[in-house]
Design a protein around this ligand. Structure first.
Ligand SMILES: *Cc1c(COP(=O)(O)O)cnc(C)c1O
Length: 394
C-alpha cells in the first residue's frame, strides 16, 4: 500500500506551500507513537482528565424490547461530553512536543472547537478556532464555551459561511503560521497523516472495548455499530475489532430527510451523488452534483453533516470488512427518545443514528451481542429535540 493511502483512498492533495508542514507533522507523529514517555503522558491525561477508561453499559430494558443483547461504549461520559476530546488532547500534546505554542482548528457545530479549547486550556496552548458566521449564529452556547476556555473564535465569512469554509480558512492560516502553530483537525479526514493520526488517538475506544469484552463471560460482541460523520469515533472503535473476522462492523451515516430527498449526508448510500472525489486534501467519497460541485448536505445532527467521509472508511467498505448504511432524522429522533426513556441515557443526536440502525435491523440481530458506540451525550441537543418534537422549553 502506498504511504498515506488506504487502498486507493487518502493521499495528500494540498498546495505545495503546505507540504513542509505536513512532512514535519508526519515525522513528529511517527516518532511520538513509538515514544514511551509521550504515550505515558497521553494515558495519564486520558485517565485523570478525560475520565478513561469509559465503561461498557448493558441495556437490559432495550435488550428485552429488541431481542438482542445490547451494550453501549460510554464515550458520552468523557470530559466535555464526547469522544472528540481524545483526539484534541492527543494532538495538543503532540503540538507541545513539537514546540508549537498555538493550535488552530475548524469547527462546524462547535463540538470540536470546544474540545480543542478545552485541551488548549489544560495544556497552556494558545487556541484560535475558525467558525463560519452562519454556524456562530446557530451555535452561540458553544462559541461562549470556547471563549470561557480562553480561545479566540474567528468568524469566517467566505462561501456558505459554514464548516467547509472554516476548513479552507484554517488551511490558509496554517500556511502563514506553521513555525509556531499546529492545525488540530477534528476527524479522520484531511491530508496524510491526519486520517491515520486521528484514528490512532481515537483507537483507545476500541482497545478498551475489546479488553472489556474479552474479559466478560460472553466474549467479544457479534456486531459493533457506530455513527459516521468524518469517521473518527467509528474508526476508533472499529480498530479494536478489525482483525476479529467474527465481529461485524457497521457504520451509520446521516440519512437526513431520506436519500430520495437529496437532503442528507449519506456519502456511501447515495449511489448517484456519492462519488470518489477530493475534498480538503484527501481522496474519498464526496457528495457532489453532476458537475462535481460539492452538494448541499443536511442532518438533524450537526456532527454528521459533512459532504465527505474519511478515506479509511472508503477502503473498509471496498474490502467488505465494514458495512455502511444510514438512519434518517426521524429514525434518529425516535432512537433518542427511546434510549432516554428506557435506559436513562440522553444520547447525542449523532450517536442516536447508530442506535436507530439497531432498532431498524433488530430482526437480523436476534440474540446477537451488539455493541453501540455512544459517541457523545445529548445535553447539547435538548433544545433542538424539543423543537423537532414541537415542545417549547425556553
Ligand atoms: C462530531 C461528532 C460525531 C461525528 O464525528 P466523527 O468524526 O464521525 O466521529 C459523532 N458523535 C458526536 C457526539 C460528535 O460530537
Amino acid at each position: 500500500m502506498k504511504k498515506g493511502y488506504f487502498s486507493d483512498f487518502g493521499g495528500v492533495f494540498v498546495p505545495e506551500t503546505l507540504m513542509p508542514a505536513l512532512v514535519e507533522l508526519e515525522a513528529a507523529f511517527e516518532s511520538a507513537r513509538k515514544d514511551d514517555a509521550f504515550l505515558a503522558g497521553l494515558e495519564s491525561e486520558f485517565k485523570s482528565f478525560v475520565g478513561r477508561p469509559t465503561p461498557i453499559t448493558f441495556a437490559p430494558r432495550l435488550s428485552e424490547e429488541l431481542g438482542c443483547e445490547l451494550y453501549f461504549k460510554r464515550e458520552d461520559l468523557c470530559h466535555s461530553g464526547a469522544h472528540k476530546i481524545n483526539n484534541a488532547l492527543g494532538q495538543a500534546l503532540l503540538a507541545k512536543k513539537m514546540g508549537k505554542k498555538r493550535v488552530i482548528a475548524e469547527t462546524g457545530a462547535g463540538q470540536h472547537g470546544v474540545a480543542v479549547a478545552t485541551a488548549a486550556a489544560r495544556l497552556g496552548l494558545e487556541a484560535e478556532i475558525f467558525m463560519g458566521e452562519v454556524d456562530m449564529e446557530r451555535q452561540k452556547p458553544n462559541v461562549f464555551r470556547m471563549k470561557l476556555h480562553g480561545a479566540k473564535v474567528t468568524p469566517v465569512s467566505s462561501g456558505s459561511k459554514t464548516l467547509k469554509d472554516a476548513v479552507n480558512e484554517c488551511l490558509r492560516e496554517w500556511t502563514s503560521s506553521v513555525r509556531t502553530t499546529h492545525y488540530l483537525l477534528g476527524s479522520a479526514l484531511g491530508p496524510h497523516p491526519y486520517p491515520e493520526m486521528v484514528a490512532f488517538f481515537q483507537s483507545v475506544i476500541g482497545r478498551e472495548a475489546r479488553k472489556q469484552f474479552a474479559e466478560s463471560p460472553g466474549g467479544l460482541p457479534d456486531v459493533v455499530v457506530a455513527c459516521v460523520g468524518g469517521g473518527s469515533n467509528s474508526i476508533g472503535i472499529f480498530k479494536g475489532f478489525l482483525d476479529e473476522a467474527s465481529v461485524r462492523l457497521v457504520g451509520v451515516e446521516a440519512g437526513g430527510r431520506g436519500i430520495e430527498s437529496g437532503l442528507h449526508a449519506a456519502r456511501f448510500s447515495d449511489a448517484k451523488k456519492g462519488r470518489v472525489g477530493v475534498l480538503h486534501g484527501t481522496k474519498s467519497f464526496v457528495l457532489q452534483d453532476t458537475d462535481g460541485q460539492i452538494a448541499e448536505t443536511h442532518s438533524v445532527s450537526a456532527g454528521l453533516d459533512y459532504p465527505a467521509v474519511g478515506p479509511e472508511h472508503a477502503a473498509l467498505r471496498e474490502s467488505g470488512r465494514a458495512r455502511y448504511d444510514y438512519a434518517t432524522d426521524t429514525e434518529a429522533l425516535a432512537a433518542f427518545k427511546l434510549l432516554s426513556e428506557k435506559e436513562g441515557i440522553l444520547p447525542a443526536l449523532e450517536s442516536s443514528h447508530a442506535l436507530a440502525w439497531v432498532v431498524k435491523h433488530a430482526s437480523e440481530l436476534a440474540d446477537k451481542r451488539v455493541l453501540v458506540n455512544l459517541s457523545g451525550r445529548g445535553d447539547k441537543d435538548v433544545f433542538h429535540v424539543a423543537n423537532e418534537l414541537g415542545e417549547r422549553i425556553d
